[in-house]
Design a protein around this ligand. Structure first.
Ligand code: URP
Ligand code: ZN
Ligand code: ZN
Ligand code: ZN
Length: 467
């Protein structure tokens, strides 16, 4: 039986337009939009009517970088696919793209099967996968072709974390050459991990063990150097490149220069780099451990370059890199040795609100908010226009957003399975009120009305940002 929903009277915001319109939803998809004054709008009848007067009607967020249940540093990221996708919905995100992991000595297939098993039947909202490639060999390269055909069209490689996920330049070049042929997109963790490990050892030998030294050894120059090298390797391979979690001014400059040369090079940053800094890493009593992630938080001066990059489109996407570890029992593993603190920050629930605050603070426009949080990630990773916009035929992943409601971010009230908030006490204006995923209410006037298993695996086409 077909179910019709109409969202009446809101301001519909997409990456390209802002219009007062009613939105008709049928069978889980957007059926039509009509400006509120036209006869067509009056003709919209439906079983469910949502009043959006005074509210924004925006596409559900697309978070292209999450790590639910990631094994890392001797423990696991504390959000499961069930808790993490529920928290995503609370924060107005209706699609996540998580990273399946190939372990060294195993196939991509084994890694992907493991991640499917973790997610299947557990998610509140839709999800896709990227594949972390940690062992490039003839077999892996062939498997990349099959994954692209199955809708896993992007592959993360690491220039950091020697002995764990690390790939050397030869392995990177080979994977890039393959992706140039099969249409895959290489996503790069760009930090010179070999040099960083030397600096880690030297810092620890000097007795510099506190969390703030994590930021000091993972130097901006070593992010810039790796970004530069990744760009040149991609150029040699004739492949596009997407650099994840860009945090340093010098790295943005590398991307901007490459783009000025016309290279298909893209960049992502994350809210933690836009709103937090090394001041947080320096918090006393080991509290700085809450902010240990890689690339690391930078001195506040770097934020201007990131905001500028987002405005000039030298950076295209804001994802969270959501990778939560509890302060008690997990971040603790690195007391007395910062290099043993599991890397990662929670944030899947906070991204849409923080970026709305950035609109109010004058950093970006409302449409750019939707572009960097919804439309661009969808286009970058082959989900557009099914995801990332409000247009006839698109999935009805829609958020009713109250732009005037005030909130205070806190671990007391958030829904992520982690015992602290990276933004504890931060006041923001704007709040998610109702969330539809394929037309189904997942959050209804700030109550969870979704269910585990509603979210399904969503195969992706290749990068749409190139055409
Ligand atoms: O610190 C981080 N970013 N943890 C997650 C793994 C990664 O490198 O993205
Ligand atoms: Zn990374
Ligand atoms: Zn990550
Ligand atoms: Zn359902």
């Amino acid at each position: 039986m077909s179910t019709r929903t109409v969202i009446r009277g809101g301001l519909v915001i997409t990456a390209s337009d802002e219009i007062h319109a009613d939105v008709l939803i049928e069978d889980g998809r957007i059926a039509a939009l009509a400006t509120s004054s036209t006869p067509a709008a009056e003709a919209f009848t439906a079983e469910r009517v949502i009043d959006a007067k005074g509210k924004y009607v925006i596409p559900g967020g697309v978070d292209a970088h999450t790590h639910m249940e990631l094994p890392f540093g001797g423990t696991f990221a504390s959000d499961t696919f069930e808790t993490g996708t529920r928290a995503a919905a609370w924060g107005g995100t209706t699609t996540i793209i998580d990273f399946a992991v190939q372990s060294v000595g195993h196939s991509l297939r084994e890694g992907l099967d493991t991640w499917h098993a973790k997610a299947d039947g557990n998610c509140a909202v839709d999800y896709g996968f990227h594949m972390i490639v940690s062992d490039v060999n003839e077999h892996t390269l062939k498997e990349m072709d099959h994954l692209v055909e199955e809708g896993v069209t992007s592959f993360k490689q690491f220039m950091a974390y020697p002995g764990v996920f690390y790939s050397d330049d030869g392995q990177i070049l080979r994977a890039m050459q393959r992706s140039a042929e099969n249409g895959g997109l290489i996503m790069m963790h760009a930090e010179n991990g070999i040099a960083i490990d030397v600096l880690v050892e030297q810092a620890l030998a000097r007795g510099e063990t506190d969390p703030r030294y994590h930021g000091e050894v993972r130097k901006a120059l070593l992010e810039a150097e790796a970004t530069h090298r990744a760009i040149k390797l991609a150029q040699v391979a004739g492949a596009p490149l997407y650099v994840v979690h860009v945090s340093a001014t010098e790295a943005v400059a590398e991307l901007a220069r490459a783009r000025d040369e016309g290279l298909p090079v893209f960049g992502e940053t994350c809210p933690q780099y836009l709103f937090l800094s090394t001041d947080n890493l320096a918090e006393p009593d080991f509290e700085g451990a809450k902010y240990v992630c890689s690339t690391p938080l930078r001195p506040r001066e770097h934020q201007a370059a990131l905001w500028r990059g987002l405005r000039t489109n030298d950076l295209q996407v804001v994802s969270t890199d959501h990778c939560p570890f509890c302060f008690t029992g997990q971040k603790d593993l690195g007391r007395g040795d910062f290099s043993k603190i599991p890397n990662g920050l929670p944030g899947v629930e906070n991204r849409m609100d923080l970026l709305h605050q950035a609109v109010l603070d004058g950093h970006i426009s409302r449409r750019r908010w939707i572009e960097i949080a919804c439309a661009s990630p969808a286009r970058m990773f082959g989900l557009y226009p099914k995801k990332g916009t409000i247009a006839p035929g698109a999935d009805a992943d829609v958020v009713i957003y109250d732009p005037h409601a005030e909130q205070v971010m806190s671990a007391q009230t958030h829904h992520m399975n982690v015992d602290y908030s990276a933004y504890e006490g931060k006041r923001t204006t704007g709040r998610v009120e109702t969330v539809l995923s394929r037309g189904e209410p997942v959050i209804t006037e700030r109550e969870y009305t979704g269910h585990a298993g509603h979210g399904v695996f969503t195969p992706r086409s290749t990068c749409q940002y190139l055409n």
